[in-house]
Design a protein around this ligand. Structure first.
Ligand code: AHM
Ligand code: MG
Length: 339
């Protein structure tokens, strides 16, 4: 019989994490506990989503507005509270940064130097909830910077410093995709078992893909480099290359997940009026950039590697160009030349 390895399909997320922990003699088990609690939040949110439309107060708005100035949906609130609840009194996470919270939220009484911070977008793509289209939770785990002088600046770190990152995609299946710097692994929720089971070990993004993904409704506001790049992709067939097809779900993690598995590119560029675009650096661009780079892809603003950006504020926005090396290189070349 073949001995079990950490990458054996069919093992549970917990078993996978424990086997990774066993490879590290310095591991205290805290990180493993943290990942298990994230997966618990994911299962709770997945279960809540499965009830949408059947019970009150899952779909629709709460009537409140979040720090982004956006109307809060019931599920945004439920997911945010769920992450807080699963970490309360565990001392696994010192501070929580969330799209739904203006300031970092302390989750432990003690926050020793180097303790963990969790950075989340509890429900990404929430405009898709009410129409039963995929949404996701995105997360990033970092160690608080011991040299920082206050709470907020201890969380403003380059994406290269992330300890782990991932997302939970609530689609036809619920999937947990994560990296802790040793490749990217995808787990599918076995609802009967209540466990995430390794279904996609060692995901590698194709070198080049067949799809591009961008919100075309903003094309009149694109910068010249973006327009020239998309036009170039549209003309692939006339150059004798395979034609591209377009896909845009409007849930970032779902669009990036497709791009990860099938290759190609996702762009949320800056526009002339909004040069920084819409997506947030800390809990959208950084974690997805780490995932895609770990899978062999690239993530850029168009001119700069996402993981090299020094954040200035918790909720800052950033243009995002992410996907297969071939298409991202091309997009960057067009962005740089500005034509
Ligand atoms: P959200 O976090 O409020 O849901 O907003 C982020 C979402 C992303 O998931 C998605 O890529 C983007 O907004 C879509 O925006 P647009 O409708 O402008 O294309
Ligand atoms: Mg979001």
């Amino acid at each position: 019989t073949t001995p079990l390895t950490p990458l054996t399909k069919g093992i549970t997320l917990y078993q996978h994490i424990l086997s990774q922990q066993a490879l590290n003699p310095d591991a205290t088990g805290e990180f493993s506990g943290l990942m298990v609690q994230i997966s618990l939040a994911a299962k709770l949110i997945s279960r809540e989503l499965a009830q949408a439309g059947l019970v009150e107060n899952v779909l629709g708005f709460t009537g409140e507005t979040n720090v982004q100035g956006e109307a809060v949906r019931h599920l945004d609130q439920y997911a945010n509270e769920t992450f807080i609840r699963v970490f309360k009194n565990t001392n696994l996470v010192c501070l929580l940064v969330s799209e739904e919270l203006e300031d970092p939220l302390p989750l432990s009484n003690q926050c020793p130097i180097g303790s963990y911070a969790l950075v989340i977008d509890p429900v990404d793509g929430s405009s898709n909830i009410d129409v039963n289209v995929s949404v996701a939770s995105i997360f990033s785990v970092q160690r608080r910077n011991p040299r920082a002088t206050d709470e907020t600046s201890s969380l403003l770190q380059k994406g290269t410093g992330q300890v782990a990152a991932g997302y939970v995609l609530y689609g036809p299946n619920t999937m947990f995709v994560y990296t802790s710097g040793q490749g990217v692994h995808g787990f599918t929720l076995d609802a009967g078992l209540g466990e995430f089971v390794l279904s996609h070990p060692n995901i590698r993004i194709p070198e080049r893909g067949d799809y591009y993904s961008i919100n075309d409704a903003y094309s009149a506001e694109w910068q010249p480099g973006t327009r020239a790049f998309i036009d170039y992709l549209k003309q692939a067939k006339s150059r004798g290359e395979k034609a591209y097809s377009a896909r845009y779900i409007g849930s970032l993690a779902a669009d990036v997940h497709r791009t990860l598995l099938t290759g190609g590119i996702f762009l949320y560029p800056g526009t002339v009026a909004k040069p920084k675009g819409k997506l947030r650096l800390l809990y959208e661009a950084q974690p997805l950039a780490l995932i895609v780079e770990q899978a062999g892809g690239q993530a850029s603003t168009g001119t700069e590697r996402i993981l090299d950006i020094e954040p200035k504020t918790l909720h800052q926005r950033v243009p995002l160009v992410i996907g297969s090396p071939y298409e991202v290189d091309l997009a960057v070349a067009f962005a740089r030349s500005g034509t």
